[in-house]
Write a protein that binds this ligand. Structure first.
Ligand code: MN
Length: 381
């Protein structure tokens, strides 16, 4: 019987992780959420968890009151997330928070020798080199939950990573596929939140509309699988049926397919290497009839080209574009900037911010601050 700890439990991935835990009787020792006290309370009661963390300090008292009649320990803030991440009695630490706030908890779990299931892509974008080298040093496994990376991980099973020619990272193209910049000037928040294939949280849905999500995943793939960016090809598969593929030395291509449903990659990460029944629709090729493929549009989608440039430059630039994007998406969702401004800010940060070191967690935090200040200054001119 498996035991996990889970941070980001009230988000889209978190809730689906708990569906998988329910189905397969996985014990959930600890849970953490950003601010949704009511849902965190009901999750903790249902799973008889030992501990919860509410990230927002101002909701700590309320959270304690909600659970006062139970023996459940209540934590808050980053300290609380890291306390959960360091619980060595868990077989697996599942990180499904949004944003690079997930980096320190991930590093904490690794430091304690606990395997990590990672849905939090910003963690690898901001500090991928640190995460992967620490994990290697301590023999900790990182299981990807992101559907594309789970697909690549599945395609690599039983194969020698040294015999890989390239990774084919698929993209849906998002809701604005085929459009030019001139057509995207007046995009509303509602239009950007309307994704054709996947139902996800707000931040990642906006990232999918700008193709920042694919840029982040490009960087994520580099770190997870140790491949050069030159050997990662992005291909649009409009139907999101091929979740990604790997081409080997003999030009044999192995792809992983399924209906677009996050339960498959979540369950694979939680039960690895077991495959059990999953509560999703089976894939029917004949229902789809056709699968369509296109090249990505680097001209229109500045966030995508910005991420590729960031990883090619290296250093702290991936962390910088990620932090700029986190700020810009919040501004867009608050209707303070237009849609195309997100990509403009990402591109401009590459030209405006100097090279910065990225060796340590403190370096990463400094680069993050510089990036957030850059957006702040741009908004005040
Ligand atoms: Mn993905």
């Amino acid at each position: 019987m498996k035991t996990i700890t889970l941070i980001g439990s009230t988000g889209s991935i978190g809730k689906q992780t708990l569906d998988v835990c329910r189905k397969h009787n996985i014990t959930v020792k600890a849970l953490a959420a950003y601010g949704n006290t009511a849902l965190l309370e009901s999750q903790a009661r249902e799973f008889s968890s030992e501990c919860v963390c509410i990230y927002r300090d101002d909701r700590y008292i309320e959270m304690r009151e909600r659970l006062a009649d139970t023996g459940i320990k209540v934590l808050c803030g980053m300290e609380g997330l890291c306390e959960i991440a360091s619980d060595k009695s868990a077989d697996l630490f599942v990180n499904s928070v949004v944003g690079m706030v997930g980096l320190l908890p991930t590093l904490t779990a690794i430091e304690n020798g606990i395997d990590v299931a990672l849905a939090n892509k910003e963690t690898l974008v901001a500090g991928g080199h640190i995460v992967m080298s620490e994990a290697k040093k301590r023999g900790v496994k990182i299981y990807p939950i992101d559907s594309e990376h789970s697909a690549i991980f599945q395609c690599l099973q039983g194969n020698d990573p040294k015999q890989v020619n390239k990774i084919i990272l698929t993209a849906s193209g998002g809701p604005f596929f085929g459009m030019r910049k001139s057509e995207l000037e007046d995009v509303t928040v509602e239009q950007a939140l309307n994704h054709p294939n996947w139902s996800m949280g707000n931040k990642i849905t906006i990232d999918s509309a700008t193709l920042m999500n694919k840029g982040l995943e490009f960087i994520e793939a580099k770190w997870l699988f140790g491949v050069s960016p030159r050997n990662i090809e992005i291909v649009v598969n409009r139907e999101s049926v091929i979740h990604s593929a790997v081409e080997f030395k003999d030009f044999s291509v192995i792809a992983q397919m399924g209906v677009p449903d996050m339960k498959i990659p979540i369950q694979y990460a939680l039960l690895y290497p077991q495959r059990e029944e999953c509560d999703v629709k089976p894939l029917s090729f004949t229902d789809y009839g056709t699968l369509t493929f296109f090249k990505p549009d680097f001209e229109t989608f500045d966030c995508l080209s910005g991420c590729v440039e960031a990883i090619n430059r290296g250093g702290a630039y991936p962390c910088i574009v990620n932090a700029v994007n986190e700020e810009a998406v919040t501004l867009f969702l608050n209707r303070e900037i237009p849609f195309l401004r997100i990509g403009e800010l990402v591109r401009k940060s590459l030209d405006s911010l100097p090279e910065m070191p990225s060796e340590t967690y403190e370096d990463i935090k400094r680069a993050e601050m510089a990036a957030r200040n850059f957006v702040y200054n741009e908004m005040n001119f």
